[in-house]
Design a protein around this ligand. Sequence first.
Ligand SMILES: Cc1cc2nc3c(=O)[nH]c(=O)nc-3n(C[C@H](O)[C@H](O)[C@H](O)COP(=O)(O)OP(=O)(O)OC[C@H]3O[C@@H](n4cnc5c(N)ncnc54)[C@H](O)[C@@H]3O)c2cc1C
Length: 555
Amino acid sequence: MKRKPRQLTDKEFDVLVIGGGIYGAFIAWDAVLRGLSVAMIEKGDFGHATSANSLKIIHGGLRCLQQGDILRMRRLQNEQQAFIKIAPHLVRPIPFIIPTYNRSLYSSESFKIAFKLRKLLSRSCVTSLNNQQDLLHGHFLSREEMLYVFPKIPDANLTGSAVFYDCLLHHPERLLLSVLHSAVNQGAEISNYIDVASVLLKKDRATGVRAIDLLSKNEFDIKARMVVNATGPWINRIIQLIDGHPVYFPMARGINLVIDHQIIKDYAIGMPDTDSHGIKNLLQKKSRLFFIIPWHCYSLIGSHYIPCKQINDDCSVTESEINQFLTIINKASGLGLKRENVLWAYSGYVSIATNKSGRINRTQKKQIFDHRKTDHIDGIISVFGMKYTEARYKAQKVVDLVFKKLGRTSPPCLTAVTPVHGGDMTDMDSYIAEKNTYLSSRLNSEEIHYLISNYGTRYPEILRYLPAGRQNSPLDPMDIAEIYHSADQEMAVKLQDVMFRRTLRPFVSEKRFCYRAYGDSMARILGWDNHRQQCEIQGLKDILGRRSNYETDFS
Ligand SMILES: Cc1cc2nc3c(=O)[nH]c(=O)nc-3n(C[C@H](O)[C@H](O)[C@H](O)COP(=O)(O)OP(=O)(O)OC[C@H]3O[C@@H](n4cnc5c(N)ncnc54)[C@H](O)[C@@H]3O)c2cc1C
């Protein structure tokens, strides 16, 4: 994957996708797999926005059943299975524990019905995966067992807990990059750091965009028969450029915290977000759950939603928001977490709705818009994504519509059954065991696990960049290989592209303090002068300062 913006001007594409989040990535891959010529542009780095800020759950839809939404449950379940099939190295089942309370939405009775219904409705889900059976299994812990597992949980009305399986995507940014690799392998032309200056219109039809390369400042036209606006929370900015009617989604900022230790191992737990009204809210069905999830050697806690009116480019979390969420967490869990325990706080925009009882829900409104119908402008479609889990499915619907509008018959969509770049293995553990003998002479077992659980069968592409001999650097050879690979094969052009999205190593180890060494390597590869290198380091420090408690480490 090389950054070649000029190739975007070479021809008229069938489809131009604006937005390189997970929705744009799946649309580009699906369209090119079905034989369309595809261009995709992203104004920042790929996946830097909402897609990098999720809680990393690939939902199986069990909780939709409690809301009586059987269709959505089936859809999420199918999508979960598809993710396991196409990216088995990145997606893993994990048991979730939800405390049950008398007379509430989260009562053991409602879970019993949900478990039964799910089993019944899932009989036709034939799957070849061994561990798939686990995903349908649900059982209960007694009140005593639950208090043993989590002694500080509020116990008034507690009856025990329900246990079921969902999936965790341990590195969403890597999945997105794998989808992009897959699209590029099929011939898609993609580029990051390209913004839209205007939408090209001929009479009442969009024919492409006037684009601006944010790195070189060059402007150029990208021509396309269909334009897809997959810009996430920025959807209305593109709609404004065609003088269209803005689509209205009431928005909230969802906040997640990374805690500096594993609170619980091996399973995730849901806690009632009781806000200031205590457990009463839960009984009145006004409360949402937040989750504590083991993630590498840390814990993720989220999401806490704060309604907002404006969409900003900077999505940093304020100190008072962190403290507000910590108060809720501590009240619900008795964990006594302190500000120093919060390693990192991040947020992204989601669309919400409040029901009659005041409970915040994620909106399920229409999410695909044909602007011929809404604004009498043909050749442009907008899509607004609600869940990472649904990105593949929604992309399929968008590409179906693209074919319809191009007046062409669509071949079947293949993204639910085609492994992403690196995903062509049946089971990660047996794949690691198989490769272990061969790799163990060069790498230790942790490195082998890291490589394969991130790059799957494409791990040799990173090994190619392993430096020979000892390096005069605090970084390991594997870090250096990943930096080279990111810059050479994955369009990383800024220090933050590498440290936040191409590799997990700075954040799952003490390597995060080595940002200067990362900067040195990037400077060598990309030929940065001293001034550029300092700017990159400053840019990184600004982000770290806004999102984390690393300030004390900046010298
Ligand atoms: C706190 C939180 C927790 C969540 N947890 C989960 C979860 O656990 N499971 C789940 O399934 N879902 C979850 N979600 C939802 C999920 O993250 C989103 O639905 C999904 O990431 C949306 O992807 P997207 O591609 O539509 O948007 P984005 O990732 O925001 O991508 C849109 C892209 O368009 C680009 N763009 C904008 N304007 C332009 C322009 N003019 N030119 C070029 N590019 C442009 C942006 O830079 C951006 O990269 C969560 C969301 C939040 C906020």
